[in-house]
Unconditional design. Structure first.
Length: 281
């Protein structure tokens, strides 16, 4: 029953918005974009909070929301961990503890509308702006982002060029916004006409087209060293995304895994990350 609901509910919502679009086009487009930016899960559970609450660091005011950060205190350089869509800082538990055991000062943050941060929606510009704000506070030298967090991290560096950052690690990061929007189109069964109108609405709000938001383009002039990790069997973000990003990021190393999925929760990936961070210290 749950699988049927998961499959057909988005199509019903899409059909409803398609009908509304013919009568009240702006309302339909605004709702469609709002749905795209609204996570359905990702708030910290009771069990996750048992671990996270003792690690709480700052509750940061940012653009009418509050961002909850966590700290694993260390004496070495600071590493900022940036989670993905419908996730929260608990996903970093094992890696953060390993980094901290090696002496690093580790900071994680719940994205807007995720974990213990406030807010109802998130988009890529907002996430990138929040990363920029956190960097002014914590001054990390290393950024690690997973999935949408990896995409936001790389976009942030393209936009802000944070001078404190010397290394970036992108785990299972998407490459193209247009691919995410195509998935959204198929999920809700939108017509090509609806998506064209949605893109026009998107341009008015963000000042760029779907195809303009391209991580391979954004990384072309990155000066810091990078590590890209992606699994060939990732069923959320295609491995092709990693190939496209690594092709354009001149000083990045691509590590390919197999059978580890989208989350990349393995000791081998953790060790690869630690090795990359320790190199040239």
């Amino acid at each position: 029953m749950k699988e049927l609901k998961k499959k057909y509910l988005p199509l019903l919502v899409g059909r409803y918005l398609t009908i509304i679009h013919k009568i009240f086009p702006e309302k339909a487009l605004k709702t469609a974009l709002s749905l795209f930016c609204t996570p359905q899960k990702g708030k910290a559970t009771e069990i996750q909070n048992e671990y996270l609450i003792p690690l709480k660091d700052l509750y940061i005011d940012f653009k009418n929301i509050k961002l909850q950060s966590y700290r694993w205190e260390g004496t070495k350089e600071t590493i900022l961990l940036i989670h993905g869509w419908e996730s929260n800082s608990h996903r970093w538990k094992t890696l953060a503890e390993k980094l901290n055991a090696s002496g690093y000062n580790v900071i994680a943050v719940d994205a807007p509308a995720h974990g213990n941060s406030t807010g109802k929606q998130i988009d890529m510009p907002l996430y990138a702006d929040s990363i920029a704000h956190l960097i002014t506070i914590y001054k990390p030298s290393i950024l690690i982002g997973h999935s949408m967090g990896g995409m936001a991290t790389l976009y942030h560096q393209y936009k802000y060029k944070a001078k404190t950052v010397r290394k970036i690690i992108a785990l299972a990061a998407p490459a193209e916004l247009k691919d995410l929007m195509l998935h959204y189109k198929n999920l809700l069964g939108f017509s090509t006409t609806f998506m064209q109108d949605l893109e026009s609405y998107f341009v008015n709000k963000y000042d760029f087209k779907f195809a303009d938001f391209s991580i391979p383009k954004f990384v072309q002039n990155l000066s810091m060293k990078g590590l890209i990790v992606h699994d060939t069997e990732d069923d959320i973000i295609s491995y092709k995304a990693a190939l496209a990003i690594s092709k354009e990021w001149k000083d990045a190393t691509l590590i390919t895994t197999q059978g580890q999925g989208h989350s990349l929760f393995t000791p081998k990936v953790d060790e690869d990350i630690l090795t990359f961070i320790r190199k040239e210290e």
